[in-house]
Design a protein around this ligand. Structure first.
Ligand code: ZN
Length: 185
């Protein structure tokens, strides 16, 4: 059995510094907290939550870990720039959940249980819109919306955007210069 390459492929990933600067600026999550985040492929996760595959799904958070669909997990290393854009927009949402989990201080499983409770409450109030209207989801979506709005007003929402290129290349000075030029910092 040849396990090593597969294990290496699925090894947890971290956000690079250029991406951390972008996300801390637009999503308002501390850079120090963003540095603790581990990205994992979803197969490593035993928990099956109702919002896992929903819209805007593709990921879930347990504490400081973000579990991604396999395609999204491998997006940063691939050549599909549209997928990389989807990855970044999704991460801008998920990092807000990481901050919520950190604020909650109940550990990885504690956040999952809390989120399930929030989802159930939202179901009573919002029925089939439970997922998108749950307060913690609305808050997380602000991260994605802020990034979308910034990209839209500075050249458009596409994988070749300068911010995307800086994130891909981990070009920290380039990212900082761009964020300064567009008035984001
Ligand atoms: Zn969410």
């Amino acid at each position: 059995m040849e396990l090593a390459p597969a294990n290496e492929m699925n090894a947890p990933q971290r956000l690079n510094e250029a991406t951390i600067l972008l996300l801390s600026t637009v999503a308002g999550v501390d850079a120090a907290l963003l540095r603790t985040i581990e990205l994992h492929p979803r197969e490593h996760n035993w928990l099956r939550a109702p919002w896992y595959g929903g819209r805007p799904g593709g990921a879930m958070v347990l504490g400081d870990r973000i579990y991604l669909s396999r395609a999204l997990f491998h997006a940063p290393q691939g050549n599909d720039r549209t997928l990389q854009l989807q990855w970044l927009l999704l991460i801008a949402h998920e990092v807000v959940h990481v901050r919520q989990a950190a604020d909650l201080r109940r550990g990885r499983i504690g956040f999952g249980l809390w989120a399930a409770g929030q989802y159930a409450l939202s179901f009573l109030r919002n029925g089939r819109h439970a997922y998108s209207r749950a307060a913690f989801e609305v808050e997380a979506e602000q991260g994605r919306k802020a990034l979308t709005a910034l990209l839209r007003r500075t050249g458009g929402i596409h994988g070749d955007h300068l911010a995307m290129r800086c994130a891909r290349a981990n070009d920290l000075p380039g990212m900082r210069m761009w964020l300064t030029e567009v008035g984001a910092i």
